[in-house]
Write a protein that binds this ligand. Structure first.
Ligand code: COA
Length: 250
């Protein structure tokens, strides 16, 4: 379990709060494992009717911890925590909501392809620098992205790494509603409670019907993960990771 993830309850809403502000909420293996457990346990608990992801002020998440990526790149040991989290995300049975303030990079962005409602403050910024890091899109985003925003927008976003400011992310369909910073958490929790108050079985079936079939998403996550693991050991990725990790020493 990770102290950098706080699991809270607000009535029938489970809050999964990423809380590693000194690293802008970069996600470690332990953080993924704790979030996976929360989704699985929350889904199994009848008193939980919805999950909500929050970050800290200014940082929803800066993505996977690049130190961890470097460790994978040099040891070849990927561990299963990231993959397990992505499968739990794609397999979640109950509505997923998110409240974003500030940076949403890498998985901090692709998580929203799995969310049913994402709220963001006007200063939020979404970006996936996968290719710049010598990597490939993950979390099923290579399948879900083009479906959501069309091939060309998805190419610019997921392959070229062009960032989206909050208004653009809303136009692209990645964000449901923009909310002022002071009202972010209360708005998300209020809507999550509204969802939680609806008949849960009908809600789950409706949600399932609205989503891309889980099997296709899991299949794509698995294919992406195969390429991702191979790419992590490439010269392109090692060079890009080293450049980030040593940038302040120059
Ligand atoms: N992994 C590990 N550490 C990270 C990180 C990440 N993904 N993102 C930020 N950090 C760390 C920084 O190394 C720094 O640590 P330090 O204070 O010990 O040096 C701290 O968090 C603050 O980051 P900093 O870069 O100083 O803040 P910034 O506001 O100038 O820039 C980012 C923030 C997120 C734009 C920048 O840190 C960044 O580009 N991070 C990498 C994002 C990324 O590529 N994620 C993976 C996507 S697949």
């Amino acid at each position: 379990m990770s102290d950098h993830i706080q699991i809270e309850r607000n009535g029938a809403v489970q809050i999964i709060r990423m809380n590693r502000p000194d690293k802008k909420n970069a996600l470690t293996r332990a953080m993924y494992a704790t979030m996976t457990r929360a989704i699985v346990d929350g889904d199994a608990d009848a008193s939980v009717r919805a999950h909500v992801f929050f970050g800290v002020p200014g940082a929803f998440s800066s993505g996977n911890d690049l130190q961890d990526f470097m460790a994978f790149a040099t040891t070849g040991n990927m561990g299963s925590e990231v993959f397990d989290f992505l499968i739990a995300l794609a397999g979640a049975r109950k509505p997923l909501l998110a409240g974003v303030d500030g940076l949403a990079i890498g998985i901090g962005t692709t998580i929203h392809f799995h969310c049913d409602l994402t709220f963001a403050t006007p200063q939020s910024y979404f970006r996936t620098p996968f290719v710049d890091l010598g990597l490939v899109p993950e979390a099923g985003s290579s399948l879900l992205g083009p479906g959501l925003m069309g091939h060309q927008n998805a190419f610019a976003f997921l392959a070229m790494g062009e960032g989206l400011h909050a208004v653009q992310a809303k136009e692209a369909g990645l964000v449901y509603r923009l909310v002022d910073t002071e009202e972010l958490e209360s708005t998300v929790l209020s809507v999550a409670s509204e969802i939680a108050a609806k008949p849960p079985e009908a809600m789950q079936i409706s949600r399932d019907l609205l989503r891309m079939p889980r099997e296709s998403v899991v299949e794509r996550i698995t294919l992406e993960a195969k390429h991702f693991a191979e790419r992590l050991q490439s010269e392109e990725a090692r060079g890009a990771l080293m450049a980030f990790l040593t940038r302040k020493k120059a």
